[in-house]
Design a binder for this molecule. Structure first.
Ligand SMILES: [Mn+2]
Length: 378
């Protein structure tokens, strides 16, 4: 039995100023294209099921174009009779129930199962004489609703396979947060090992959380924190043994070049460094960022940015992010005070993992005292 797991397609997302020949936002089109590639793969490989783990749309009120693309692509799946289960994520779920959920438009499409009603739902399928139950929790109105739903989730022991779909930040050793205001948190213990598979959405990097739980990641890179990541979806083979493959799609290269540390460089050195970085990137049709760290403001003002812009002309987007130090400003956090050398030494020593600290402390303090009394002319 073959299943595809996709998430975070963010249809309707747009960014930067670059337009296509038809005057549309290039990134918006890129995002549509990424989703289309996922559907192309499905139409070609004919999985038994396709799961979308939330954030199909980028917003609560998608544009007509975003809605049209979603319908067009989902209809292609529907025509192939590929069941498509989609849960709403934090991006498309309205904060107020009265607003109404855009997923309503999918209610009357054959083989499409939108889950967006604030509650835990199960959908049973019968595929190749096997019973498979999808357990799905959409984005909820409140954290309490969400947690109550998580409590209710229960494996169907009469099913051959149980799959859980949920959208949110799993918390545990590492937190898979996106730092968005309405994100929901999934405790690791909610991802029971009894599930044959857990299809997660929300975190944009493809991640294996545990043997049976995966984030497929977003279908396109949306911010520079996604830069350099592979984008795509997961293909799952459910049999006695479960096999997962990450299917990479082709997306526009997004590059976050390693930062240039500037405080001890001249204008010429910095410009040379930037030019070299741009040359290596080969800007045409790409998105990239160069970061200038700790650059003194007088040096920053001396850089000819027009010349740099000229070199990056073919790029879909480029930016230089500068962390400028104002003259006379100390690069130290405000509440950090240097104490006497003796007490700084004592603090330093405490943090070290070495034997004989007592002896070293006594010796060190003794030397410091000797030097300090010399300075004072004693
Ligand atoms: Mn999300």
């Amino acid at each position: 039995m073959k299943i595809l797991h996709v998430a975070d397609t963010h249809l309707g997302f747009s960014a930067y100023r670059k337009l296509t020949e038809d005057g549309m936002n290039q990134r918006e089109i890129d995002v549509y294209d990424a989703f289309k590639q996922c559907v192309d793969y499905a139409v070609k490989s004919k999985p038994d099921l396709m799961l979308h783990a939330g954030d199909l749309f980028d917003s609560v009120r998608p544009t007509n174009r975003a809605i049209t693309v979603a319908i067009q692509q989902i209809l292609r799946l529907s025509k192939e009779k590929i069941p498509f289960v989609v849960i709403s994520g934090n991006h498309e779920t309205p904060k107020l129930k009265e607003t109404g959920n855009i997923f309503n438009i999918f209610e009357h499409l054959d083989h499409v199962y939108p889950i967006y009603n604030n509650c835990y739902e199960t959908i049973p399928f019968e595929i190749d004489n096997k019973k498979i139950t999808i357990h799905a929790i959409p984005q909820c109105q409140t954290k309490k609703d969400f947690n109550d739903n998580l409590e209710k989730v229960k494996i169907d022991s009469s099913s051959d396979f149980n799959i859980f779909m949920v959208h949110g930040a799993v918390t545990g050793i590492k937190e898979f947060k996106m730092n968005e205001f309405n994100e929901l948190f999934i405790p690791t213990n909610a991802l029971s090992n009894d599930f044959d598979y857990v299809a997660l959405g929300h975190y944009h990097k493809y991640t294996k959380l545990q043997e049976n739980a995966f984030y497929s990641g977003s279908a396109e890179s949306l911010t520079f924190s996604d830069a350099g990541d592979k984008k795509g979806f997961i293909e799952l083979e459910l049999d006695k043994k479960i096999k997962h493959d990450f299917i990479e799609i082709s997306t526009r290269p997004m590059i976050d070049a390693s930062p240039i540390d500037c405080p001890n460089l001249t204008i010429e050195e910095i410009v040379r460094n930037i030019k070299e970085t741009i040359r290596k990137i080969e800007p045409k049709d790409k998105i990239f960022r160069i970061r200038l760290e700790n650059i003194p403001s007088h040096i920053y003002r001396g850089i000819d940015f027009n010349q740099i812009r000229e070199l990056s002309k073919g790029a879909v987007h480029f930016e230089i992010k500068s962390d400028v130090i104002k003259e006379g400003e100390l690069r130290m956090s405000e509440n950090y005070k240097i104490e006497s050398i003796a007490s700084e030494f004592e603090k330093y020593l405490k943090k070290q993992k070495i034997p004989d600290k007592e002896v070293l402390l006594k010796l060190g303090l003794d030397y410091i005292q000797r030097v300090e009394s010399k300075d004072e002319g004693k």
